[in-house]
Design a protein around this ligand. Sequence first.
Ligand SMILES: [Zn+2]
Length: 336
Amino acid sequence: MSDSERFVLGYDIGGTKVAVCVADSTGKILADDRLASGAISAYETVLPDMIALGKRLVGEAGLQMSDIKACGVCAPGPLDLVGGRIMKSPNLEWDAVPIRDDLSQGLGAPTFLDNDANAGVLAEWFFGSAKGLKDVIYLTMSTGVGGGVVTGGHLMQGTTGIAAELGHVILDVNGPICGCGMLGCLEAYCGGRNVALRVQAALRDRPDHALLKLPGVDGKIENVNYQVLREGYKREIPLAIEMWEEACMRLAQGIGIYMVTFNPELIVLGTLAFYSGDLLMEPVQRYLPRFAWPEFRNACRLGITALGHKIGELAGISVALYGLYEAGEWELPSAD
Ligand SMILES: [Zn+2]
């Protein structure tokens, strides 16, 4: 069976929607649709809709359900990967729902569940810049920071399935508070939301600050976000330089820890790096020698996601394909 004849069904569960797609194992999307946000409510209502939409899309792709080799579900945490349950889902009021087994039963296909960051490293590994590699790390970087680690050709999942929480490595015990409740996590320094909050705090009692005069800010502290800080850095506003450099130095610290721990050949940075480019990568590279030996740095390339927005739509099918790969039913794509 060639790869283009091996079909999978992917579900990507977000805060306000469920995106569903049918794809072949080269990542080509054959049919896709989503459950509108208004339609999302209790699990008991959503589950039959998810199954019906999946089946409809399989038909639209010109396939039978028996052509679907696996189904993958990608959801934000917290998940119980061992039990295949979504423990809580923001905006969905779901509580410990056994989605993996329910979908598997409803669709009649083996179903696999994983979180956003693990799905992200799988998508980069199968379809993006990590094709053909065996030791890769992916950092989702948007409002928060998540991580996925492929080591020795396998996704690292840990003993209870919660491995690779790379955003919650603690960089300073006296550091700023993180959304997780701990102090000094990498996410507290580098996550988009926390960076914005830290800049906002620094601007309090400084109503005339140059950052508040940037386009789109209108003098309002609450309009200051990550993008505003980046713009300030570009314009060489001293406070912005100081805070941007600190965020980059802390990111380099985290990356150094990952290099020393996993000795990867590639670390891929997600959304914030995708939009910031060299403004982020240059300072991170500059600080990195403080945090990892040359032996680690020389072995590892630091890259930006090649998939960009596509990573979301490839997430569910990547989880499905990884299930097939671990079962010995699918081979990894080779490097281009
Ligand atoms: Zn944390």
